[in-house]
Design a protein around this ligand. Structure first.
Ligand code: SF4
Length: 122
């Protein structure tokens, strides 16, 4: 199995070729070991950080930005976004407040990424 990925760990964007033979993964084209780790992860089980917004009541804005506590399996992203659409927060909320534990059994939590006060507190 060969898979070409572009390393997104730094702006250099190396083209990393990941090869697998008998369960052993090797990489070429990466300028450093971070590209080796990223390429193999991307070939075996791609993951992404999840950033989105959820509804919030009683705040200046109607949506509150949120972020995952770590990378989540790419295959779970759409399912996780559907879960986030069902969540409605009430102001005030504080940055890093957990609003969803272990979303989609991913082992990752969803956190508020911006403190938002009540409208009448502003
Ligand atoms: S392999 Fe290393 S140098 Fe190349 S993009 Fe990835 S982190 Fe940057």
């Amino acid at each position: 199995m060969n898979k070409q990925v572009i390393c997104i760990v730094c702006p250099k964007g190396c083209k990393v070729l990941v090869s697998e033979e008998n369960g052993v993964y090797t990489t070429t084209g990466n300028a450093c070991n971070r590209g080796n780790i990223y390429g193999i992860q991307e070939a075996i089980e791609p993951k992404r950080m999840l950033t989105s917004t959820v509804k919030i009541n009683g705040a200046l804005h109607q949506r509150c930005p949120v972020v995952s506590s770590g990378p989540i399996k790419k295959e779970l992203i759409m399912e996780a976004l559907k879960v986030l659409e069902t969540i409605s927060l009430s102001a005030p909320v504080t940055i890093e407040q957990i609003i969803c534990h272990n979303i989609c059994d991913s082992g990752v939590d969803i956190l508020v990424s911006r403190t938002m006060g009540k409208t009448n507190d502003l």
